[in-house]
Design a protein around this ligand. Sequence first.
Ligand code: ZN
Length: 297
Amino acid sequence: MKAESSNKINILLIFLALVIIGYLGYQNYTLNQTKIALEIELENTKQDFVSTTEKLSSDIEAFRDLLITTQGEKITAEQDALRRQELLDGMANTLGLYQKLANTDRELLAKYSKIYFLNELYTPKLSITIPTQYTLEPEKEKMISVEVWPFLRQMLDDAVSANIDLKIISAFRSFDTQNTLKSAYKVTFGSNANTFSADQGYSEHQLGTTVDFTTTKLGANNLTFEKTPEYKWLTENAYKYGFILSYPKGNAYYIFEPWHWRFVGKGLALRLYNEGKNFYDLSQRDINEYLLTIFNQ
Ligand SMILES: [Zn+2]
């Protein structure tokens, strides 16, 4: 009886064990299935993520390309507008220069030339009488071009401030006066006076832009003007006011005239000073560059 009951218990135990094993096996199977399903889902999600990322990247890339292209087009358009503006400005400038040229004394400009001679009828458009405080002989009226006067006056006033005693002995001279003087020079210098250079030298006074200096001490006889502190001051400062020495020592055209100073404008005077050149050494093309701005302050 004991053995029988023991067998039953064993069978029951085996059955129970089988049930438990079966249950656990089923549980395990279900878990595995779930795991596989989750893994598949994870894999799918990963792939989705990758493809979404790729799409986003390519969208960003496309957008960047578009941005660059747009920026490029914007820059091109801006450059185009700038070029058009420059062109317009250039045209306006050129037009302005032509208008200025049309309003400027043609003969005066032409006289800044190595081959041009003023005709006998020429007088400066407007000239004024130089106040006698600046001249040697107050009883003789000295005239100067009204456009040159502000430059000359400034130079004379600054000279006074520097204790420099400049007096004007000659300024504008008409063609007739020049002819008389030239004849006198012909006697003194012989045939050499009747040269291109001599004509040139005298007609510079006819322009109304040229002055001869002396000092109170020298008076009318300014032949030794070169030795004076006044001459030294002019050689160091006159260019700042647009004046140059027309016939410096050793020039190829005319006798050395330390007293004879001519207005050519600040730009050209500065260039001549910086380059250590004489007016008549420059090419006509070089001179022309300065004509339109000759009276600019
Ligand atoms: Zn002179």
